[in-house]
Design a protein around this ligand. Structure first.
Ligand SMILES: Cc1cc2nc3c(=O)[nH]c(=O)nc-3n(C[C@H](O)[C@H](O)[C@H](O)COP(=O)(O)OP(=O)(O)OC[C@H]3O[C@@H](n4cnc5c(N)ncnc54)[C@H](O)[C@@H]3O)c2cc1C
Length: 453
């Protein structure tokens, strides 16, 4: 089958869908080619019980995620606040302590961690998201890993471990795999370290979508109608100055004038390009691995921890989950109690590969240590990782390894003739998040439209 359009978009994640929508609104014909049998990519909502939505993929937006909030409003999807009242539970140095007791005992360690975070904010202020490699200290900061830099900050073992867990909670890879400059880019695209780490005002995790995040890509796809082709993995892109021919597994061939590749860089690198991409772009895609995260949901008859003054958040040096969250439906609709545990970085790679029965038993034991014996008896556990998904191969996003930004960074979003690059990794704001996916999709559409006109 052959289709002739103006703009081909590869990938029906949020970035590809928003790019296609912008192209359509400008009066041109887009066609979105999606490898899998659904839209949404790293957004995936499951409904194991009627009205109970579990986000195996993206779950929250923050107060400064204005594009996502506007999209939800436009698509008629409600938002509800993340529940966070109560104490967090900590497991360090062989004991489990509730928030107030933990803070009393480790006040000095926590103050030292806070000083390191403030120093990161100070350094990030000299980094431009558009050109991180041009920061005055970029060379030095891109040659050292986040882990090495943390080691040199004179923290106590507890402070060092706490900082590591929180950072891995953002990057989803061990801190030795990302450069200090890479972390600073993450900080500066999102605001300040507090915005990345916190669920309170300004943070990345303050609100959720009523009915599930997947409603967003589903409704965007409805607007595009038959301009979205599922089950169409793109194998190759032939391109000249003003035309592209995109071939899919299964035989669909799409011809157009421009193409937006809305895939994480490593997946974009698996497509065959004719003529081949510039060396720098290809070497970039060889250096931006997808991170590793795995979510585990424990479902109970009610959120019993709330009456106990707990917020269902844990931070643990033991695991298998290193962090957790209250993941219930809106308070006014009631429903079951749900705790979400995160296995990120090494935990996803090690405990995430254990047999499910072993991992779930360890998770139940861990929840009982933090939230009492009732927490060890969930009615249901639902879990999932992303490395095994053929068209994602890891999450939450991708960061270049050490020296990646200074040597290859400028190839990340620079168009190659009629090929424009989208996906959250290429965003200038909230890169790695849904907000970034929309930002990148809209930017790629602007580049396409500029060339078309
Ligand atoms: C477990 C998890 C939790 C997360 N939590 C949050 C959160 O709470 N808040 C937040 O803001 N963000 C979160 N994120 C990140 C967020 O999901 C992503 O930033 C965003 O969805 C990325 O959208 P995208 O369009 O850039 O990429 P993707 O969603 O990856 O879209 C790419 C699309 O391309 C398709 N594709 C791949 N290869 C091909 C090919 N060869 N041909 C055709 N199609 C192809 C894929 O199937 C996919 O549909 C989370 C992600 C995960 C996985």
């Amino acid at each position: 089958m052959q289709r002739d359009v103006d703009v081909i978009v590869v990938g029906a994640g949020l970035s590809g869908l928003t790019a296609a929508r912008a192209v359509l609104r400008a009066g041109f014909e887009p066609l979105v080619l999606e490898a899998s049998d659904r839209v949404g990519g790293r957004i995936l909502t499951e409904e194991p019980l009627p009205g109970v939505f579990l986000e195996l993929g993206a779950q929250w937006i923050g107060d400064t995620h204005h594009r996502m909030a506007a999209l939800a409003e436009e698509l008629g999807i409600g938002l509800y606040p993340q529940f966070e009242e109560g104490e967090t539970s900590y497991e360090f140095a062989g004991e489990v302590l509730r928030g107030a007791a933990f803070h009393r005992k480790y006040d000095d360690d926590l103050a030292a961690v806070d000083r390191v975070l403030r120093e990161l904010d100070r350094m990030a202020a000299s980094v431009s998201v558009a050109e991180p490699w041009a920061a005055p200290d970029a060379e030095e900061w891109d040659r050292i890993s986040v882990g090495q830099w943390y080691d040199a900050q004179g923290l106590s073992p507890l402070g060092r471990e706490l900082l590591d867990i929180c950072t891995v909670g953002i990057l989803a890879v061990p801190t030795v795999e990302v450069s200090l400059l890479g972390l600073l880019v993450n900080v500066v695209t999102c605001g300040v370290t507090a915005d990345l780490l916190s669920e309170s005002e300004g943070g990345a995790q303050t609100r959720r979508f009523v009915g599930g995040t997947a409603l967003i890509p589903q409704r965007l796809a409805e607007l595009l109608g038959d301009r979205v082709e599922l089950d169409s993995p793109v194998l190759s892109i032939e391109h000249s100055a003003d035309s592209v021919t995109v071939t899919c597994r299964g035989g669909l061939v799409a011809r157009g004038r421009q193409v937006v590749v809305a895939l994480a860089p490593t997946l974009a690198g698996r497509i065959m390009y004719d003529p081949p991409l510039p060396a720098k772009r290809d070497q970039l895609t060889q250096r931006m691995p997808q991170a590793s995260a795995h979510k585990m949901f424990a479902v109970y008859d009610e959120p019993f921890w709330r009456a106990d003054g707990l917020n269902a958040q844990l931070i643990s040096s033991v695991g298998p989950a290193r962090m957790s969250n209250d993941s219930c439906m809106p308070e006014e609709t009631g429903g079951p109690g749900i705790i979400l545990g995160f296995l990120e970085g090494e935990s996803a790679r090690i405990e995430g590969r254990w047999p499910a029965a072993q991992r779930q038993e360890a998770f139940r034991d861990e929840l009982a240590r933090h939230f009492g014996p009732r927490a060890g008896r969930p009615e249901l556990i639902v879990e999932g990782g992303w490395a095994d998904k053929e068209w994602t191969r890891g999450c939450y996003n991708a960061n270049p390894g050490p020296c990646g930004w200074i040597h290859f960074g400028d190839a990340l979003a620079t168009p190659v003739g009629p090929i424009k690059w989208a996906a959250t990794e290429t965003a200038l704001v909230w890169s790695g998040y849904m907000e970034g996916a929309v930002d990148a999709g809209e930017r790629a559409a602007r580049e396409v439209l500029a060339d078309l006109s």
